[in-house]
Structure formats: structure tokens, C-alpha cells
Design a protein around this ligand. Structure first.
Ligand code: NAD
Length: 247
């Protein structure tokens, strides 16, 4: 993917950070978009220190104007983005009857509408180039649900549906769209749910056929393949990275 420009949302932490680093190692010019602009800058600086090319931008994916401005700045500084990885996300655990409509809307805004907006903002550049790769990070919870995570699972299930629709609409134009639903990846988000007592890591490890929790790099490697030239015949697919928990 040498010389291609990639946008990675939520690119300053966990899975998104690993994806940013991996795509840069593989030769992409990477725009790290994150709500946390300082962390985005630090990730970009560390990629550059390692010999890659990256910029870090404070972009809240729930703010369409900020997304459009981030894409314009990426185009000006790194060239047309033709790779997009949507990893920005938030998970909240609430019993269903306690979820307010504000909680519901907030979760959908980040996880689903943010993905919709970022795809819509970057697709015109991909169409112009006649080539594009989108990978949406959903969640293994879409396979079987997750109690007390109604808004999150609904949003991530929407991401799977959106992925399939975009794949059909844009396949004839050289653009592939796939989703990775990861399961139990060791990231700050997972550590936070462990610390708050929502997840027992030891028990989850026992329930994972490969016998370990996933690493952000496991997702990044899958993502690197899906955005490669070689993956041009793979689109509209749900590619689980979950240690065999869901098949
Ligand atoms: N870790 C897991 O086990 C797991 C499992 C299933 C799905 N996921 C999904 O993977 C993705 C990455 O999660 P992670 O585990 O790396 O979490 P993480 O919390 O380490 O990283 C998420 C990043 O997204 C950023 N972010 C949050 N809201 C944002 C917004 N509005 N605009 C821009 N950036 C925003 C955060 O600042 C953070 O840097 C998420 O979409 C998450 O739902 C993770």
C-alpha cells in the first residue's frame, strides 16, 4: 500500500492505534483521527520516529463538520485518502430498562452515525481515484448479543448492515467495504470494563478456544490484509477476529 493515504478513526488508542502503526509500517501515509487530539499527535509522532509518515488530528466523529475538515486537511497534507478504517467507538454497560434515550443516542452517534459520516466524507476521494478500501470495526457482540449493552450492540449491528450496503453500492467502482467484529481484544477499553467489574478476564480467557485474549495487533494484521491490493475480491464480509469464540 506504498504511497496510499489512510484515515484511521479512534487511531490513538487500542485497536485503532495498532492499525495506524501497522498501515504506516506497510507504507501508507496515515492520518490519525481521534477525539483525543494530543494522543493522536503522540501516535503520529511515534510513527514518524519509527520512519513512517503520519499526522494526528483532533476529530470527533460525531461532529460532521470536524470530520469534513479532517478529511480536507488529510488531502492537503498527505494526498487523497483511499483507505478508511473506522475504529472510533465507545461501549457503555447499562441494564436495558435504565438506558435513557440520551444514552442511546450518544452511543449510536459514535459507533454508527460516526461510521456513516466518515464513510460519506472519504468516499468521494475513493471514487475520484477509482480505488478504495473501507474497514469498519464492529464487535463480536453482534453475533450473539451482549446483556446490558443494548445501545452498543444495536449500533454495531447497524455497522454490519451499513458495511454490506456500501459494499454492494461501491464494488463496481473499485472500492471494497468489510467489517471486523473483534472479540476480547486487550485495549484500554477492555481494561476499563475489567476494572469496573463487568468482565472477568480469567474466565473469558478460559472461554476462548485459542486460550488467550486478543491483541490489537491481531486486528491490525487482518485489517492490513483487507486494505491490500490482494483483497480486491473480498467485500461485504464480516471477518471475525475472536480466537474462535464465534464461528
Ligand atoms: N477491545 C475489544 O475487545 C473490542 C471488542 C469489540 C469491539 N471493539 C471495538 O473496537 C474499536 C476500538 O476499540 P478499542 O478497544 O481499541 O478501544 P479504545 O478505547 O482503546 O480506543 C477507542 C478510541 O476511540 C476514540 N474515540 C472515542 N470516541 C470518539 C469520537 N467521538 N471521535 C473520535 N474518536 C473517538 C477514543 O479516544 C480512543 O482513542 C471500537 O469501535 C470498539 O467498539 C473493541
Amino acid at each position: 500500500m506504498s504511497g496510499r493515504t489512510a484515515v484511521v478513526t479512534g487511531g490513538a488508542s487500542g485497536i485503532g492505534e495498532a492499525v495506524s502503526r501497522r498501515l504506516a509500517e506497510d507504507g501508507a501515509l496515515v492520518a490519525v483521527f481521534d477525539l483525543n487530539g494530543d494522543a493522536a499527535g503522540e501516535t503520529a509522532a511515534s510513527i514518524e520516529k519509527a520512519g513512517g509518515r503520519a499526522i494526528g488530528l483532533a476529530v470527533d466523529v460525531t461532529d460532521r463538520a470536524a470530520v469534513d475538515a479532517g478529511v480536507a486537511e488529510t488531502r492537503a497534507r498527505l494526498g487523497r485518502p483511499t483507505i478508511l478504517v473506522n475504529s472510533a467507538g465507545r461501549a457503555v454497560v447499562h441494564p436495558y430498562l435504565d438506558i435513557t434515550v440520551e444514552d442511546w443516542n450518544r452511543l449510536l452517534a459514535v459507533n454508527l452515525t460516526g461510521t456513516f459520516d466518515c464513510c460519506q466524507a472519504v468516499l468521494p476521494d475513493m471514487l475520484e481515484e477509482g480505488w478504495g478500501r473501507i474497514v469498519n470495526i464492529s464487535s463480536s457482540s453482534v453475533h450473539g448479543g451482549a446483556a446490558r449493552m443494548a445501545a452498543y450492540v444495536a449500533a454495531k449491528s447497524g455497522v454490519v448492515g451499513l458495511t454490506k450496503v456500501l459494499a454492494l453500492e461501491f464494488a463496481p467502482r473499485g472500492i471494497t467495504v468489510n467489517t471486523i467484529p473483534p472479540g476480547f481484544i486487550d485495549s484500554p477499553m477492555l481494561r476499563d470494563t475489567v476494572e469496573r467489574g463487568f468482565v472477568d478476564l480469567e474466565q473469558q480467557t478460559k472461554q476462548t478456544p485459542v486460550g488467550r485474549i486478543g491483541r490489537p495487533e491481531d486486528v491490525a494484521a487482518t485489517c492490513a490484509f483487507l486494505v491490500s491490493e490482494e483483497a480486491s475480491y473480498i467485500t461485504g464480509q464480516v471477518i471475525g477476529v475472536n480466537g474462535g469464540r464465534n464461528t
